[in-house]
Write a protein that binds this ligand. Structure first.
Ligand code: NAD
Length: 486
């Protein structure tokens, strides 16, 4: 079934609190990955647009009566108005995201349409609770005041897979801290960004506090290095993250990097995967395999290997593939033709290395349009195989056998990445005990789901710094100490 979608045409950029003409007539023309139909068009930002946006954010930040100087309650109230305005647009945002990137609509409604407001309200509450100044008794007898001041103008660069949620884990803490922002959405998902701007405008955020310039990677690199920027928040590939880190290193510019992953799900010998089937799908294949923290390496005990492979195969084979906008769809298309070709290349490599495909491994029959690919399970994979080492960013799972728990931990940790992970067991304490040994920024028990109240991020090639939780607010603040105070 093909759900229809109206086209959207945008011809102005939201900069300095106004809708203004872009510097050139270049446009992005996104295409539906479900139907290959044109979805509309939006301006492609250029370096001149970035200059304008950074100047607007700079002026808003430097204004002595402006956003950064507002008392925290007034700022928090504005954030709550922004949250309300986004809530009203939740269904529209979800449809636009799902239409552009192929995320199943039910998930887009639950995450992309709803999470931004949750993030804004969480950080509004947190900044009220924490305030920006605290008094400390001095060790040498004189007290200090420690102020948590905003870092300044933030460049927030986000990918296409969760364009709203990943923007708001930057926007919400940055606004709470008193920063101003230039947001650069990815070319694949530009249309939803304009709705975000409308909500910000309706909420009455002061001009220049939030500016949006959809653009490609060269313009992104220009924004990262811009002299008017004080902090970079980036989510995307490890390759781009390294390049951004080099720039920020040279400039001594603070940066938070949320990058790629190749996480492991350790299935213990007492696990009942069938009982947790829906959590297992979320942890391994969510968003058509296009999620950074997915556990795409499944470590199964050799004593139960065949049974675990069969259970996973049955779970994955039962998933319904279809148009992302169809509410019955569990697996939508990949974001683009190029992304599907990349996934197909990895499946070829997996087969060549001796991996056994137990389900999937092809384009689905009967879907003549769109960038669909069957969710695929490989058995008999070694952790040294390419499909177990590199991030595929598609619906491809590799089931790897292990003999002892110690070996399972060693395999899980034998990765360039360290973002997520999960342990599956009917004994929670046993699972937590094992989780302590996994080298990653986060790990789930019989699931993988993060929580805005606790830090999220990666180690090794998965990133630097943390988003979410109080740690995510601290990433947009710097501490200033006033010595010798009453
Ligand atoms: P990408 O790195 O190609 O692009 C991400 C964003 O960065 C886009 O807006 C792009 O235009 C921009 N960009 C690319 N190169 C840049 C550069 N040198 N300077 C400045 N901007 C640049 O990644 P993608 O293909 O869009 O997204 C998928 C990747 O994102 C995967 O590797 C995935 O694991 C990762 N990701 C990580 C997290 C996390 O929280 N750790 C979350 C989601 C996605």
């Amino acid at each position: 079934m093909t759900a229809t979608q109206a086209t959207t045409v945008r011809d102005q950029l939201y900069i300095g609190g106004e809708w203004i003409p872009p510097a050139t007539d270049r446009v992005f023309s996104p295409v539906s990955p479900s139907t290959e139909a044109a979805l509309g068009r939006a301006p492609e930002g250029t370096e001149r647009d970035v200059d304008n946006a950074v100047a607007a954010a700079r002026a808003a930040f430097d204004d002595p009566q402006g956003w950064s100087s507002w008392d925290v309650d007034t700022r928090a109230q504005a954030m709550e108005r922004f949250a309300d305005a986004l809530d009203r647009r939740g269904p529209e945002i979800a449809r636009l995201v799902s239409g552009q990137n192929g995320m199943p609509i039910t998930m887009a409604e639950a995450v992309e349409g709803a999470f931004p407001a949750v993030a804004l309200r969480y950080y509004a509450d947190l900044i009220r609770e924490q305030g920006i100044e605290e008094r400390r008794e001095g060790v040498f007898g004189r007290a200090t005041r420690v102020r948590h001041e905003p870092v300044g103008v933030v460049a927030a660069i986000v990918p296409w897979n969760f364009p709203q949620a990943l923007a708001f884990v930057k926007i919400a803490p940055a606004l709470a801290a008193g920063c101003t922002l230039v947001i650069k959405p990815s070319p694949e998902t530009v249309l939803d960004a304009f709705v975000m701007a409308e909500a910000a405008h309706e909420a009455g955020l002061p001009p220049g506090v939030l500016n949006i310039v959809p653009a490609g990677r060269e313009v992104g690199a220009y924004l990262v290095a811009h002299p008017g920027v004080d902090k970079v928040g980036f989510t995307g590939s490890t390759e781009a993250g390294r390049s951004i880190a080099e720039t920020c290193g040279r400039l001594l510019r603070p940066v938070t990097l949320e990058l790629g992953g190749k996480s492991a799900a350790i299935v213990l010998d007492d696990a009942d995967l069938a009982q947790h089937a829906s959590e297992f799908v979320d942890a391994t294949l969510q968003n058509n395999g296009q999620t950074c923290y997915l556990c795409t390496r499944i470590l199964a005990p050799r004593t139960r290997y065949t049974e675990v492979v069969d259970t996973i195969t049955d779970i994955v084979r039962s998933l319904r593939i279809g148009d992302a906008l169809d509410p019955r769809t569990q697996i939508g298309p990949l974001v683009s033709e190029r992304q599907r070709a990349r996934v197909e290349g990895y499946v070829t490599k997996g087969r060549a290395a001796g991996g056994r495909v137990t389900t999937g491994g092809n384009r689905p029959a009967g879907l003549d349009y769109g960038f669909f690919y069957e969710p695929t399970v490989f058995a008999d994979v070694s952790n040294n195989d390419t499909i177990a080492r590199e991030e595929i960013f598609g619906p491809v799972l590799a089931v790897i056998p292990y003999d002892t728990e110690q070996e399972a931990v060693a395999i899980a940790n034998d990765s360039e990445f360290g973002l997520g992970g999960s342990v599956w067991s009917s004994d929670t304490e046993r699972a937590i005990g094992l989780a302590r040994h996994i080298q990653s920024g986060g790990i789930g028990i019989n699931s993988y789901s993060h929580d805005i109240g606790s830090p999220f991020g990666g180690i090794k090639a998965s990133g630097l710094g943390r988003e979410q939780g109080p740690e995510g607010l601290a990433a947009y603040q710097h501490s200033k100490t006033i010595y010798n105070v009453p």
